[in-house]
Design a protein around this ligand. Structure first.
Ligand code: MTE
Ligand code: MO
Length: 521
């Protein structure tokens, strides 16, 4: 009895369909593959609490995990389709087509996809899968012939030789299809990254980047050379954390892009990318943090941003005096809103065009994003920005607000120990304890360190890039043998010390003191 063939045929058919859809999605813009379509559906539709949990648990890796998870569920589930197809043809095929239809529907839900292409590629991929399932579960391929009543009758086992031959044929076909499917998937993935808007971004480098120095100005004192493993004052773009709801990064061509200023304004304004480039730019170091960052976490970074001051842009549109909220809208419909007050209180809010002297990296919002010093990203830092809408505070809630996050998003004062790392084993003696501390908008006045709940010791502070950025801090520890707990706390420019009270990231940012345990011998 060749009972293993049907449950093998199913997963192979799934691999073929998924691989085909990755390949087509790599070839055709802008179409998500079946897997990415379903992943997008998950991100949009899971209840706020679950998304929050997954961000907190998996951090930035959650999307890879989601994609791997979907594949890990779909491929083995194919076995059930194979079995259904053998027991009750064409039940397996009908089931397969139904799942394909679900995937097709999921991949049209993204506002950035071309629905017709998405349906076409999903349909073609499903057809490939159905075809493979049909061929591999054909009675001959299964080594069976159907009785008149449709039940499978084993006709092969009496001849071991034919059986072995059939088995080899089946395995060769199934194996070849599986390899082809996986290879198509990988090629599709590569094509997708190649086809990206990266090229037009490169062309803008000369226009946008020339006047800028990236990196830390020479006159700013840092502890980089004294302490290995300490975060640098400026975070290189490639190391900068990334958080957004996208599986496929929006590929925005600046030539087709506009920024509109709408809502409670005297006149609506539409600006092209060239219009923005022609305007006066400001350049500011700003620390950006995600509200999901755990105490001691790495969803925080500092960059040199340059762009058009938000005040200048608003002046073009002349906001209504009663407008109390500024909503940034992304090309994919994502939104974030913050009070109009933060623009008028003097902090350098901007529509940023560059990050560390380069055009914005695609995953950080190319061609334009909002940067609002002092506010968490989820209420302010709209990437792939296309509209700034003026409204009232009450009239609109940004993307994350109904999902359980606070409407006000002022970044809390925080400090982190970078060195030594948790669980490090060191020899007794003098060791640097160092890290970063930030309170964007308020600056850092003091950082203190303590060992095992002992007295607080004031750490030395690095130079500062601006009141809106983090600083490095350094304290030298005379380590004695034993297991020790190191703790840090920061005091901001208003004299307020960060709270030791432990709170999770939701709804308005984690609190508590970063604590690192070290073994000293
Ligand atoms: N369009 C869009 N912009 C977005 C988001 C998003 O999901 N979509 N996420 C925000 C959040 S929660 C954060 S913390 C910052 C992160 O910016 P980065 O990825 O450049 O570090 O972007 C913000 N801008
Ligand atoms: Mo965030």
């Amino acid at each position: 009895m060749q009972g293993w063939k049907a449950p093998t045929a199913g997963p192979v058919a799934v691999v073929a369909a998924l691989g085909c859809s990755e390949l087509l999605s790599g070839l055709i813009e802008p179409v998500p593959s079946l897997v990415l379509g379903v992943a997008g559906l998950f991100i949009d539709e899971t209840p706020g609490g679950l998304v929050r949990w997954s961000i907190e648990t998996f951090g930035a890796g959650q999307k890879t995990l989601l994609v791997v998870g979907i594949i890990a569920v779909c491929v083995p589930s194919g076995a059930l389709l194979g079995l259904a197809q053998r027991r009750r043809p064409p039940l397996g095929i009908v089931g397969f087509a139904a799942l394909g239809t679900f995937g097709a529907w999921a991949s049209t839900r993204d506002s950035l996809t071309n629905d017709a292409y998405a349906l076409l590629t999903a349909g073609a991929s499903t057809a490939v899968g159905v075809g493979v399932l049909t061929v591999l579960t054909r009675t001959r391929a299964l080594g069976m012939s159907s009785g008149v009543d449709g039940s499978a009758v084993d006709t092969i086992h009496h001849s071991g030789q034919i059986g072995a031959h059939e088995r080899r044929r089946f395995l060769a076909a199934a194996g070849a299809i599986a390899v082809l499917g996986a290879a198509s998937g990988e090629i599709g993935r590569m094509l997708r990254s190649k086809r990206s808007i990266e090229l037009s971004r490169d062309r803008l480098a000369a226009t946008l980047g020339t006047a800028l120095r990236a990196g830390v100005p020479a006159e700013v004192v840092t502890f980089d050379s004294e302490v290995a493993g300490l975060s640098t004052l400026v975070t290189p773009n490639d190391d900068f954390y990334r958080i957004d709801t996208r599986i496929l990064v929006p590929q925005v061509n600046p030539d087709d892009w506009t920024l509109r200023i709408t809502g409670m304004v005297e006149r609506e304004v539409t600006l092209s990318f060239d219009d923005l480039v022609a305007m006066e730019r400001i350049t500011e170091y700003v620390t950006l943090q995600c509200v999901s960052n755990e105490v001691g976490g790495d969803l925080v970074g500092t960059a040199l941003w340059s762009g058009i001051p938000l005040t200048e842009l608003l002046d073009l549109a002349i906001p209504h005096p009663r407008a109390s909220q500024i909503v940034g809208r992304s090309v994919d419909g994502w939104t974030a809103g913050f009070p109009t007050d933060v623009v008028t209180d003097g902090r350098p809010c901007m529509v940023a065009l560059t990050m560390n002297g380069e055009p914005l990296p695609v995953k950080h919002g190319f061609p334009a994003r909002l940067v609002v010093p002092g506010l968490y990203g989820y209420v302010s830092a709209t990437k792939w920005l296309t509209e700034i809408e003026l409204t009232t505070w009450e009239a609109f809630d940004g993307y994350w607000i109904p999902r359980g996050w606070a409407k006000e998003g002022t970044i809390r004062t925080q400090s982190r120990i970078d060195v030594p790392r948790r669980g490090t084993k060191v020899k007794a003696g003098r060791w640097p304890v160092a890290g970063v501390a930030w309170a964007p908008g308020r600056a850092i006045r003091r950082v203190e360190v303590r060992v095992d709940d002992g007295p607080w010791h004031e750490a030395e502070l690095s130079g500062s890039l601006s009141v809106n950025t983090w600083v490095q801090w350094l304290w030298t520890w005379d380590a004695t043998p034993g297991t020790h707990r190191l703790q840090v706390r920061a005091t901001d420019g208003t004299g307020e010390t960060q709270t030791a009270e432990v709170a999770p990231p939701a709804p308005s940012g984690a609190t508590g003191l970063h604590t690192v345990t070290v073994d000293v011998r």
